[in-house]
Design a protein around this ligand. Structure first.
Ligand SMILES: C[S@@+](CC[C@H](N)C(=O)[O-])C[C@H]1O[C@@H](n2cnc3c(N)ncnc32)[C@H](O)[C@@H]1O
Length: 218
């Protein structure tokens, strides 16, 4: 198992994940990295939502899943603006789940009924096939890799997203662009592109599974 301390691991990864890779999947961010990421949870979520809302057409009573929610900025904004019937916010790191619970409780007075927050690994989601209308993943998918430059494990996470989406379900992501590897992986799995917003090193994508074929890909 690769450790973040191994030679050849980018310095940024060794700094942010000093404990080495998690035995099961990935390392937990250190306290500094977490604070840095969590500080801008609302502004990042707001920017992405403004970008994607014109192309996102969720049903009323939507069932939404978020992967790697961090402190929960998107949990808050989607709940306030789109009022889904269910918003399941997940993160692999229990410290992040705790941070999200505190943040959402402080913002709403308690955790409102449509919101459920818990721990889950993006590569092995504890949900039934076709359980959701929409999956959000903001700067979360690259975290399933040993370091930011790799793309060995993301297809497994993408397959899980595909599995838990109903036919015609939506994926909204923000990620490092990395030559379009994520886009290719999505398209290989039958996702259709609805919108793409390129930025300097990142991109925001809105993709949709086919309404016709069902969710056959495993
Ligand atoms: C860069 S942060 C982004 C947090 C949040 N989406 C935001 O934009 O503020 C990436 C998050 O992914 C989580 N993460 C790491 N590995 C994961 C995995 N295997 N499955 C799900 N989430 C994971 C981290 O704990 C972290 O909270």
């Amino acid at each position: 198992m690769m450790s973040y301390r191994e030679p050849g691991t980018p310095l940024s990864c060794r700094f942010f994940y000093p404990g080495g890779a998690h035995p099961a999947t990935v390392a937990r961010m250190n306290g500094f990295a977490r604070r840095l990421v969590n500080l801008r949870t609302i502004s990042r979520a707001d920017r992405v939502l403004r970008e994607v809302l014109p192309s996102l057409n969720l049903p009323t009573e939507a069932r939404v899943l978020e992967l790697g929610m961090g402190r929960g900025g998107l949990v808050a904004l989607v709940s306030e603006r789109l009022r889904p019937a269910l918003y399941v916010g997940t993160d692999f790191d229990p410290d992040q789940v705790r941070a999200a619970r505190e943040f959402i409780s402080a913002r709403f007075g308690s955790i409102p009924a449509p919101i459920a927050l818990g721990q889950a690994d993006a590569r092995e989601l504890p949900f039934k096939d076709r359980a959701f209308d929409c999956v959000f993943a903001l700067m979360a998918l690259h975290h399933v890799e040993p370091h930011h430059g790799e793309f060995a494990r993301q297809p497994a996470a993408v397959r899980e997203v595909r599995r838990v989406l109903r036919p015609g379900g939506w994926l909204v992501y923000k990620e490092f662009s990395k030559g379009g590897r994520l886009r290719r992986s999505l398209e290989d799995l039958g996702f259709g592109r609805v919108a793409l917003h390129p930025h300097f090193r990142t991109e925001t994508g809105v993709y949709r599974t086919s309404l016709d074929e069902g969710n056959a890909v495993r």
